[in-house]
Write a protein of this length. Structure first.
Length: 96
């Protein structure tokens, strides 16, 4: 499930940036991308929770340390990419 949410996040982020570049309303795409970013993180958390419930300690030891760093990086990158049109628009309006 997290893979599906992550894929939708990437697509929505590109749509967000494309819509901003073409001067169209990008806010729905931005909200969609950020929402699916959260759903991706929650789905990853559920996967780890399932591993704890089943006692799959090997999976936890192998995956969680790398996954934690990756989720931080991808979440921060998603936030920056998705709010950049807002910041650019704010900067452009402030300069006028």
């Amino acid at each position: 499930m997290w893979l599906t949410f992550g894929f939708i996040t990437i697509i929505a982020t590109f749509i967000n940036l494309f819509m901003y570049a073409t001067s169209k309303n990008y806010r729905v795409a931005m909200a969609t991308a950020l929402s699916f970013t959260v759903l991706t993180v929650i789905a990853q958390y559920k996967m780890v929770s399932d591993w704890v419930k089943t006692g799959d300690w090997a999976a936890l030891e192998d995956v969680v340390p790398t996954m934690e760093k990756t989720l931080w990086i991808i979440t921060i990158l998603s936030i920056i990419l998705n709010i950049s049109p807002l910041l650019l628009e704010w900067k452009r309006n402030k300069a006028l």
